[in-house]
Design a binder for this molecule. Structure first.
Ligand code: NAP
Length: 336
């Protein structure tokens, strides 16, 4: 069966995911496109989805009989309404992060999905599909005994002038918030943010770097350095300290050069390159589940917990040094 996919939002990631489905992956075809900017949808059609029909609105696309499953890749603030519409139509839906821009919005999606008692939503937390993180999870589960601590870092070379201090949580740390919960099979109970000396390179009044300290229900202590003007590259680090050993996220593959009395490895500079393969694996998982009329991978519940946890981290930014509790409601059985 070929799953007919409708894409809502044909900006950078919508275009790239459309290309993946039509040119790289198997089992799906993009048959419908919609964007607030129709020229953008027309350009994606011309370049990578020649047979796609262009719809005036995302709602019309979702309701169309020519669409079996929906991909929501529009601006974050629009995600909730489109995902709710896909659930109402009973169609599997891949939603780029964030699932919703508020925890209440994400809860509405959880409630709509649990009311149907069927998984329909996959959230675009692609690091769970990264080969390096999957190897790290194997080591955490099998080799290093109970986990005691995690040391992580999320470094970007630069950020645009409109990037704000809360974006360091909502747009940057959000990936660690999800992947570390998955890696440890644990939930957060508190968050604290401390600000080191500010880098001269931070634009405007952005507080950069920052250190986010998370505590989990099992008592694991996590420190994540978020440093988005580090200059030298896009660098994701994760070291898990267990009772019996220490496991670290592998570095991306790179050619080792011996030259001029130096031993050198290249460091990536663009985030798009760092997890490029994981997007393919993530979307193939979506297509495979959609062919069965359901969804797999990161759930609406994961999107909801990420929203609650990131709200606590933003509150912790606003009260530097304070420990902000994170309380989660009971998890519906659908997500066990
Ligand atoms: P982008 O290039 O700005 O694309 C967003 C697109 O959605 C734009 O074409 C925008 O049109 C369109 N749009 C806005 N409101 C809409 C609406 N009501 N209905 C339909 N389309 C609408 O942004 P992007 O980089 O592709 O990001 C899109 C989403 O993917 C964001 O939520 C982002 O966080 C997420 N993302 C995730 C990853 C990841 O690593 N998982 C990476 C990149 C992006 P206009 O330009 O005309 O406003």
């Amino acid at each position: 069966m070929t799953v007919r996919i409708g894409v809502v939002g044909t900006g950078a990631i919508g275009r790239d995911h459309t290309r993946r489905i039509n040119q790289v992956l198997t089992g799906g075809r993009v048959t419908a496109l919609s964007d607030v900017n129709p020229d953008s949808a027309r350009s994606v059609k011309a370049d990578v989805a020649p047979e796609a029909e262009i719809f005036a609105t995302g709602e019309q696309l979702i309701e169309s009989d020519a669409v079996d499953a929906v991909m929501v890749t529009s601006w974050g603030a629009t995600h909730e309404a489109y995902v709710l519409a896909a659930i109402a139509a009973g169609k599997p839906c891949f939603c780029e992060k964030p699932l919703a821009t508020t925890a209440e919005g994400a809860r509405r999606i959880v409630d709509a999905e649990t009311a149907r008692d069927k998984r329909l939503v996959q959230v675009g937390f692609m690091r769970r599909y990264d080969a390096g993180y999957r190897l790290l999870k194997q080591a955490v589960d099998r080799d290093i005994g109970p986990v005691l601590m995690v040391h992580a870092a999320h470094r970007n070379p630069t950020v645009p002038p409109h990037y704000t201090t809360p974006m360091a949580i909502n747009d940057t740390l959000i990936h660690e918030i999800d992947v570390l919960r998955w890696l440890l099979d644990d939930d957060y109970v508190s968050a604290q943010v401390v600000f080191p000396r500010r880098t001269f390179h931070a634009p405007g009044d952005l507080k950069d770097p920052q250190v986010v300290l998370l505590e989990t229900a099992k008592g694991v202590r996590i420190d994540v350095e978020v440093f988005v003007n580090c200059r030298y590259g896009y660098d994701i680090q994760c070291q898990v300290v267990g009772e019996e050993g220490i496991a670290s996220l592998p570095e991306p593959m790179s050619i080792v050069v011996r030259k001029d009395a130096r031993l050198q490895n290249q460091i990536l500079t663009d985030w798009k390159d760092r997890f490029i393969d994981s997007y393919d694996v993530e979307l193939q998982d979506f297509l495979n589940a959609a062919a069965q009329g359901t969804a797999s991978g990161p759930t609406s519940w994961d999107g909801y917990v990420a929203a609650i946890s990131s709200d606590a981290c933003v509150a912790a930014q606003e009260a530097p040094g304070a420990i902000v509790p994170i309380a989660l409601p009971a998890r519906p059985a659908l997500y066990d």
